[in-house]
Design a protein around this ligand. Structure first.
Ligand SMILES: Cc1cc2nc3c(=O)[nH]c(=O)nc-3n(C[C@H](O)[C@H](O)[C@H](O)COP(=O)(O)OP(=O)(O)OC[C@H]3O[C@@H](n4cnc5c(N)ncnc54)[C@H](O)[C@@H]3O)c2cc1C
Length: 510
């Protein structure tokens, strides 16, 4: 009666329902399959394997303490299952439903077909409040809330040991992956995620709502939980319920002692809801990874790929200091806050007129938290191809001034601008040429001149997309998108005084 639990993007023992359900029915074989074709695919980076690998080492240890360490096998999923069937006849396969990308979606379908063909029961348990199959969008929020408020699944007390080689957890070299050069990325593991959750809820997070848009303050005050949620070393339900717990504890404090915590907790749980809201879109419309949601946008940006602009953006050489600092920050750390991600996409999509499909992989590789269900819908939304969102074209200089007024972030990640005075740090191309010479920062030599003129590109992009947006066919399709995938919440109004600064990180999204 051996039960096989297949760990994928759920690398933890806390709040793990397949593990608990399997353990209630017989001895458990906990398995992780290292799939070279996924790790070597275009959306992945060696840093992802560093994070996953560390998480697997810890998971193996946690499971060993319960009695049965994690089994690791390298290869294609069905081949691995067949080999394990011969070694130890397991009678039931368990996993979480995964709202993944095209590759994992196809793999999961193949595994389901195979399990059916050999008469093996395969139970996939929903997670994150996401609904597979027929979806009633009007009921989605209450469904999500019920899922988040359901009891945390207990960890089994003990797992009987099964006599089977556990298998090595391969290194980058063994998997023929390039060395991981993302030197300052967050470490993997369940303990690290839980520690971060605690420090966010009780120490770091008070200024979250106010400061999340700054790449400098956000580094500290944002939860930084995204990679842990993405690879499942932290359960979203655990994050949600711990936040409610912290929120409830505020009731015992006098008003004066509350500080900004109530707002921080509210903003954070809203974002956990957005997370699932976005993932639901890809679950419902897997084509989102490949196609524009509204097909009338297919006639823009296609055939206009400009390799010079693409390379400059990718390598942080656009001449716009904030864009370059963010791209270089991502290359080193694997993280940047939401506002800056949106700005990077806006710049690529509107200023450089690149198709989101052409740069999706650059970002998925650099986001340690690559989560297909958030990534692709966000890319489309920030590129203006959903048909249902206002165009949000960020001015990279305004964002730099608003979010990094002293230029500290820019100087940190664009060291060639380190000596530039604050007056010029956001617009170094306007520096007088004698100052450029004195500082040794000659625009066009030590640092590039802007590769495009933002104001001009802004106007062009609005014109081109405005034409498409007005087409009756666009409106028809956009209505259908709203009906199928759109949020049912009314957008919250931005306060008047903030109207000019795009406050989309405060708005419910499409
Ligand atoms: C183009 C683009 C691509 C993105 N790709 C990803 C991705 O691959 N993986 C990913 O986790 N996030 C992605 N995001 C959303 C967001 O930028 C990150 O979740 C956030 O910056 C991670 O930092 P944090 O954990 O400190 O977030 P916090 O602000 O502390 O938020 C807590 C959690 O809520 C979720 N969340 C926060 N903001 C959003 C949002 N706008 N939409 C959906 N979920 C949200 C994340 O799971 C996050 O970890 C993307 C945003 C954009 C604009």
């Amino acid at each position: 009666m051996t039960q096989l639990v297949w760990f994928k993007r759920d690398l933890r023992i806390h709040d793990h329902t397949p593990l608990f359900e399997a353990a209630a029915r017989g001895p458990v074989l906990p398995l992780y399959i290292v799939e070279p074709n996924l790790l070597q695919s275009a959306s992945m980076h060696p840093a992802h394997w560093t994070f996953i690998r560390a998480s697997l080492i810890e998971l193996r240890d946690h499971l060993a303490r319960l009695g049965q360490p994690l089994i690791v096998r390298v290869g294609e999923a069905i081949t691995v299952f067949k080999a394990l069937q011969e070694a130890i006849a397991f009678t039931h396969l368990w996993a979480y439903e995964e709202s993944g990308n095209g590759l994992t979606y196809a793999r999961d379908r193949a595994v389901r077909r195979w399990a059916r063909s050999v008469g093996l029961p395969f139970t996939e348990i929903p997670q994150n409040g996401i609904i597979r199959g027929r979806l009633d969008r009007d009921q989605w929020s209450s469904h999500w809330e019920a899922a988040m408020n359901a009891a945390i699944t207990p960890t089994p007390d003990v797992l009987p040991t099964i006599d089977l080689p556990i298998g090595a957890i391969p290194t980058h070299a063994e998997l023929q992956l390039a060395p991981d050069e993302m030197s300052k990325a967050q470490p993997g593991g369940e303990a690290a995620g839980l520690r971060l959750l605690r420090s966010f809820l009780h120490e770091r997070g008070e200024t979250y709502t106010r400061a999340m848009s700054s790449p400098l303050e956000g580094w500290w005050t944002c939860s930084r939980l995204s990679p842990y949620l993405a690879w499942g070393t932290l359960s979203a339900r655990r994050a949600y319920q711990d936040t409610l717990g912290a929120q409830a504890a505020l009731a015992a404090l006098p008003q004066a002692a509350l500080g900004r915590w109530p707002s921080a907790y509210r903003s954070f749980t809203e974002r956990l809801a957005w997370r699932s809201h976005f993932m639901q879109k890809l679950e419902t419309e897997p084509r989102l990874e490949f196609e524009n949601l509204v097909t009338t946008y297919d006639r823009v940006r296609v055939g206009e790929f400009n390799v010079g602009r693409f390379n400059a953006w990718e390598h942080g050489q656009t001449g716009y200091p904030m864009i370059d600092a963010c791209m270089r920050c991502l290359a080193q750390t694997g993280w940047i806050n939401f506002r800056m991600r949106a700005m990077l996409v806006s710049f690529a999509a509107y200023d450089l007129w690149l198709h989101w499909r052409d740069f999706a992989h650059v970002l998925s590789q650099r986001f340690l938290d690559y989560e297909p269900g958030i990534h692709y819908p966000q890319l489309q939304m920030q590129s203006g191809t959903t048909g249902i969102n206002a165009l949000r074209i960020y001015n990279p200089t305004k964002q730099a001034i608003d979010q990094d007024p002293n230029g500290d972030f820019i100087r940190k990640f664009v060291p060639e601008l380190a000596s530039v005075p604050t007056t010029w740090i956001h617009t170094p191309w306007l520096m007088p040429s004698d100052l450029q010479r004195r500082l040794g920062v000659r625009i066009g030599r030590e640092y590039p001149a802007p590769i495009v003129d933002h104001d001009r590109q802004y106007t062009l992009a609005r014109e081109k997309l405005g034409v498409i947006r007005q087409l009756p066919e666009t409106r028809l399709q956009a209505n259908a998108v709203q009906e199928r995938l759109g949020s049912r919440r009314k957008p919250r109004r931005a306060p008047r005084s903030r109207k000019s600064s795009i406050s989309q990180d405060q708005l419910p999204l499409f």
